[in-house]
Ligand binder design. Sequence first.
Ligand SMILES: Nc1nc2c(ncn2[C@@H]2O[C@H](COP(=O)(O)OP(=O)(O)OP(=O)(O)O)[C@@H](O)[C@H]2O)c(=O)[nH]1
Length: 356
Amino acid sequence: MMGSLLDHLVEITGHRDHDLLDISVMTALLNMVGVAEARVMELFQSRGELFVRPRVWISGGAVQTVDEEHTSSEQAGEPIVSFPGLVACIAQRKNRLEESTENGRHVLWIPIWQNDKVSTCLEIAHTQPFTPQMLQVMEGILSVYRNYQSLLDYSERDSLTGLLNRKTFDEKFARMVNAKPSESVARDDEDREERRHHADVKSQWLAVIDIDHFKRVNDQFGHLYGDEVLILVANVLRTSFRAQDRVFRFGGEEFVVLLRSATLADAQMVFERFRTSIEQHSFPQIGQITVSIGFSSISQETPVVILGHADQALYYAKDHGRNQVCYYDELLDQGLLQVGKKAESVEFFFDDPADG
Ligand SMILES: Nc1nc2c(ncn2[C@@H]2O[C@H](COP(=O)(O)OP(=O)(O)OP(=O)(O)O)[C@@H](O)[C@H]2O)c(=O)[nH]1
């Protein structure tokens, strides 16, 4: 028992990735406590409402994990109100709450508190009431999990806005681009031509968002106000996109959004909606600010090329009046941009094969 516990602890603490950490915790619960069903759930806000979605779960004696590229609508999230036990547990600021369901199952809700916030919780179900010994072993496993969770969050997020940081973007984006091509992604230029004529084809999009004349905010009001604007813009970003999308602070006053599974029209609509939300937001003391957005489709090109496309579109938007959304392919079609002209302002941290 002790040897096995230590093996699991070594396994849990060996990971630098949320998914792998979740998987090893689920495996430890399965093997050490013998729970039949358990899920690691993520809490997130989307368009002002709180949702819950499973990240990793035990089913049929095996650990399963969500396939981010092919998320079903159920995996994409359910409103938190569908889980009254969890809502009660969080409202009462408890570390765990046990409820028995109508069909005789016993469900344990375990929010992972970080300071006074919860972004992850566990749902553990059993056919019998949980014994004190089970609870004790689970508590041991979960203390290690809690500590590692906060260490990981610290390394993945930007400390000012709480958004995912540049390092996390580089990792996630490279993984997304290198993933097996899904049917919605064009495979070569011919497909790409084809896709342009099918406006309803779902694809992935990358947008680079930059606050206009941000230097003036700092110069006129000071850095503290500048920081406040960054935090407020990050909050608007958080509530403007869907659960399966990802928002990053890229550095300075630049943000990046990965939009999953959307048609070109959807992508245009959501980026435009975000631009308008910022334009209409009243920033304390400062008043109005605007953002420029450049976006491109996530094709089979390398990450550095895709990012370069979005960046070229962003700089086109900046050069042509700011406060607007520009789409790389459209600028290309209209002859307003040329292929291969690299935007000079972006630093690439990826390996560019073209550079040898
Ligand atoms: N307050 C604050 N300012 C930052 C931070 N990071 C970068 N900046 C500032 O952001 C400003 C960026 O300015 P520029 O890149 O010249 O661009 P801009 O003034 O936004 O103008 P355009 O992008 O051309 O519309 C600089 O003044 C930086 O000092 C930060 O974390 N906090």
